[in-house]
Design a protein around this ligand. Sequence first.
Ligand code: HEM
Length: 223
Amino acid sequence: MKNYVTRFTLKQRIEHASVMTLFLVLALTGLPQKFFEASWAQAIIGALGGIDRVRWVHRAAGILFTVFTFTHLGVISALVVTGRAALSLVPTRQDFLDAIQQLEYYFGMTDAPAKFDKFDYKQKFEYWGLVLGAVIVIATGLVLLFPIEATRFLPGEIVPASKLAHGNEGLMAFLVVIVWHIYNAHLNPDVFPFDPTIFTGKISAKRLHHEHELEYERLKENE
Ligand code: HEM
């Protein structure tokens, strides 16, 4: 096996960079609207050119985010149905067993940490958290974008309820990304201070062996 292995294709890296950029734009233009009374929120709104522009940018980024999410889900479903993509991100019974074994390892109750395949249980949890969170912000964002159309077939309460759910889900998603995702992907002791894999697409064979031993063994066997 070579010293470096391809972990992410160019398409996956572009997809990650696009979602990352859109998510930051949405947080930067959404959260100051939620906390509009705070001085930091007023400073951000002022720096971005005023509330009208902030709302416009948030709505445009929201529509793009919606298109990206549905394209991702449509393409991945088509690839899975036609047998061209593996279900490497779908949680299995083994992920629950791995989580238990890993906890036992952290508490010193066993000497062997769990061995992972392409994605470990934490990465799968993050992926599905993002998908479910995206479905919530998109559904509620569309109600806020088209309140009159939405209340043609849904009760009027859906508009304030969507506003509350949208803002709180947006805040939670932002905090999860800052605390959980950035720690897992960059700040954890294995890769501190920064893991460039999602940007370069490459992972060293040494790290692949350490973090995704089952995948490493499979790639070695197929060589
Ligand atoms: C991760 C993505 C997103 C985050 C973090 C986010 C965050 C927020 C926050 C915090 C607010 C303020 C809510 C309040 O005042 O209580 C807001 C408002 C809003 N968001 Fe989002 N949002 C996201 C995605 C979306 C999407 C996908 C859409 C459209 C489909 C959207 C459309 C809207 C609309 C229409 C408003 C009302 C603001 C206005 O009147 O212009 N957002 N968002």
